[in-house]
Design a protein around this ligand. Structure first.
Ligand code: 5MM
Length: 342
């Protein structure tokens, strides 16, 4: 498949001037989970209010080049009747869309998942494009545990990601390809390295077989980290080194950009790790190394908002600040002292 100028332009615009991506594409169950842990009512109107708060944050486009929306949000409007996608576009932020239909149990493979959503995808992509989306996202979930992931799970997810990516390119949308190896568990950093490397090699195999043009994709992976219940404590430098080594060994240089997910790291940790990768390995990285964080950008904002309009301004300031710090890390210019100037 020939790479079109359109896809290249979209990728350039998304990451121009050191910017990155805000993931605000939580499906309703995930968004409700985040709301419930902050005492926010889990209603359609509250989800709309929150997404309006995010999209209308003053100055967000200084650090954010694109925002990934959920199906519900791309059809919603602000209180003043403007589509949320238009608000973003007018602010210079490109709207994108999550198009997978979620990770479901993989039959015959206990505790493993397969992401669904390929049936009818061509038609759905055409509709999302008409609603303003210029890029899309599909997330595959790989779990580390006793005897898992299996090769079957890794291959099935890589296959689905490749078919999704080919359909996106056909439609003129940039596919964000997200094979997420979860941080859940007590595994070591080395185990995460091995599984991430395997998942990436399987993915690039399938992208090749499905004629996906690597110059027209964005890879959204996990960083290489020990499991969150592991006793192993790695320094920022160790994580950066393992992550860079893993990606250099498995991601072709033709890929223009890697945009990391935060995966449950604290906002500060995610910034520190991204910063170390960009600062210490600048000369060795053939790709843009940026971010597509959800929790690591939104968390302080959501906690401050608490669902109350009186907190809106304070919440937007926190979102703006966290986006700024993420963009600083993407340029290798983040410093811990910046945390205090929220
Ligand atoms: C891994 O999740 C993606 C990145 O978020 P974090 O930076 O918080 O790890 C995120 O885009 C995710 O795919 C969406 O929130 C949608 O998730 P669900 O589980 O609702 O499909």
């Amino acid at each position: 498949m020939m790479i079109t100028k359109l896809l290249k332009n979209t990728i350039e615009d998304l990451f121009a001037n050191g910017k990155g991506i805000l993931a605000m594409d939580e499906s309703t169950p995930t968004c409700d989970k985040r709301f419930s842990s902050n005492g926010i009512p889990q209603t359609l109107e509250m989800r709309r209010n929150y997404r309006e708060l995010l999209a209308t944050t003053p100055g967000l486009n200084e650090s954010i080049g694109g925002a990934i929306l959920y199906d519900e949000t791309i059809r919603q409007q602000t209180k003043d009747g403007e589509p949320i996608a238009s608000v973003l576009m007018n602010a210079g932020i490109i709207p994108g869309i999550k198009v997978d239909l979620g990770a479901k149990d993989l039959a015959g493979f206990p505790n493993e998942k397969i992401t669904e959503g390929l049936d009818g995808l061509r038609e759905r992509l055409a509709e999302y494009k008409s609603l303003g989306a210029r890029f899309a996202k599909w997330r595959a979930v790989i779990t580390i545990g006793d005897g898992i992931p299996t090769r079957t799970c890794i291959d099935a997810n890589a296959h689905a990601l490749a078919r999704y990516a080919a359909l996106c390119q056909e439609a003129g949308l940039v596919p964000i390809v997200e094979p997420e190896v979860l941080m859940d568990g007590n595994h070591s950093m080395q185990r995460c390295y091995d599984v991430t490397e395997h998942a990436l090699k399987a993915l690039f195999d399938q992208l090749y077989f499905f004629h996906v043009d690597l110059e027209g994709i964005i890879l959204k992976p996990n960083m290489v980290l020990a499991g969150k219940d592991s006793k192993e404590k790695n320094s920022i430098e160790e994580v950066a080194q393992a992550t860079v080594n893993c990606f250099l060994s498995s991601v072709p240089a033709a890929v223009p950009a890697i945009a990391f997910l935060s995966g449950g790291q604290s906002p500060q940790q995610a910034s520190q790790h991204l910063n170390a990768i960009n600062k210490d390995y600048k000369e060795r990285l053939p790709w843009i190394v940026a971010f597509s964080f959800a929790r690591a950008i939104q968390q302080p904002c959501l906690e401050a908002w608490k669902g109350q309009s009186s907190n809106l301004e304070a919440a937007q300031k926190l979102l703006y600040h966290r986006a700024k710090l993420s963009a600083a890390a993407r340029r290798g210019e983040y410093k811990l002292a910046m945390e205090d100037h929220g």
